[in-house]
Design a protein around this ligand. Structure first.
Ligand SMILES: [Zn+2]
Length: 399
């Protein structure tokens, strides 16, 4: 009972940021003495402190209690297919530090994990106030996460990561809880908690090296029984199409993943060898930059990508009926060069009722969104189970 009341008060203070003991008693229905005892307890942890005296409403001026956003910090890690991002955030997931590096994550798990360990140490060492308390580490993976093996990536999608328990390894290194989830799920979680729309019926489409979707249904991430929900990149578009890395044929990813887009560029530039994509290595950035600069070949390939994605999104709208489809990932920087052909295809393929209320928009949190989602995963757990917070944060340091 006491733990439940403590959770209730902590969540209320986190949400409101400030409140007096009298307000907390009124809002929770708990007695003043219970509220006072729990606040005493929370002040011990450093998560709450007496900030100032408020305005009087007749009697003694009340003391305003404030939730301490900096009492402990969160780390979010995004493993992309070819890059890693790290964020260090406060307890409202405001980014304090950000790091990013290009890394062949799929093929070199050991390199990737070492960079993350060093990166987290550097972030914590460089943080203001020196070596702050860490609540935990959230990890976004380019793979579904099977709840029966919550610390590992699924080897069908990333074979070289087979048998590596990421949660155990980072947990040992930092002595704090480590939570993993699929990257698109965490993109969805971040948009739901902190994004422009925060709709409780939201689909996040990640368009990068591969294609994935994260689903928020009735305000919660929907993962399915084995963590595979939202794997739109491996839905079948053409059963006779090219082989996919997952072992199936004609998956959406084979038709619109970056590999296929680069193939298209190479095929077409042989016919029109005059644009900015003629020479040099192809990358998502080069493709998007050329498109934004007006290159016809790049625009053509981006429009093809949008139309092909539109098939997947139309099916998604009919299946899930979300209010928002938020599109994130590297290709999204192309903006309407990608999104307009996508919307047009959706209008021609989805039921009018599914389209009627569905806005298809670029992600509002930008390139850091998924890493912020990873930090949010830890925060969500800590607010649900407050014993997750470190129990001796900064006591005696702050005044
Ligand atoms: Zn596939």
């Amino acid at each position: 009972m006491r733990a439940e009341n403590r959770r209730l008060m902590l969540n209320l203070l986190w949400k409101e940021r400030e409140a007096s003991r009298a307000e907390l008693a009124r809002r929770t229905g708990l007695s003043r003495s219970t509220v006072s005892a729990i606040i005493e307890d929370l002040m011990e942890t450093g998560l709450v402190r007496e900030a100032r005296t408020g305005a009087s409403t007749g009697g003694r001026r009340p003391i305003v209690l404030a939730f301490q956003a900096d009492a402990a910090l969160l780390v979010g890690v995004e493993f992309g297919a070819t890059h890693i991002s790290l964020v260090l955030t406060d307890l409202y997931c405001t980014v304090r530090e950000f790091r990013e590096v290009a890394c062949p994550v799929r093929d070199e798990p050991e390199t990737a994990l070492r960079w993350v360990e060093d990166g987290i140490r550097a972030l914590l060492g460089g943080a203001r106030g020196g070596s702050p308390e860490l609540v935990g580490i959230g990890v976004a993976a380019p793979s579904p996460i099977d709840p029966r093996r919550p610390g590992e990536l699924v080897p069908t999608i990333v074979p070289k990561w087979a048998g590596i328990d990421v949660a155990r390894r980072l947990g040992r290194a930092f002595g704090r809880p480590v939570l993993l989830d699929n990257d698109a799920n965490l993109g969805a979680l971040a948009e739901h908690w902190w994004g422009a729309s925060q709709s409780p019926h939201l689909a996040y489409l990640k368009v990068a090296t591969g294609i994935g979707a994260g689903l928020i249904l009735d305000g919660r991430v929907f993962r399915g029984i084995g963590g595979v929900a939202g794997e739109i990149g491996h839905t079948s578009i053409d059963p006779n199409g090219p082989a996919c890395m997952c072992g199936l044929r004609g998956c959406l990813t084979t038709l619109v993943g970056t590999q296929r887009l680069f193939e298209l560029v190479r095929e077409r530039r042989a016919i029109h060898p005059t644009g900015p994509l003629d020479t040099g290595p192809l990358s998502v950035d080069a493709l998007v930059d050329a498109g934004l600069a007006g290159d016809a070949l790049a625009r053509d390939v981006l429009a093809h990508a949008g139309r092909t994605l539109g098939i997947g999104v139309a099916n998604l709208l009919n299946l899930v009926n979300p209010e928002r489809v938020v599109v994130g990932g590297g290709l999204t920087r192309a903006g309407d060069l990608l999104l307009e052909p996508l919307r047009e295809r959706v209008r021609s393929l989805a039921l009018a009722e599914s389209i009627a209320q569905a806005a298809i928009e670029p992600a509002s949190l930008g390139e850091r969104g998924i890493a912020i989602g990873a930090a949010t995963l830890v925060l969500e757990k800590a607010l649900a189970f407050p014993s997750t917070f470190p129990q001796r944060v900064k006591r005696g340091v702050r005044t």
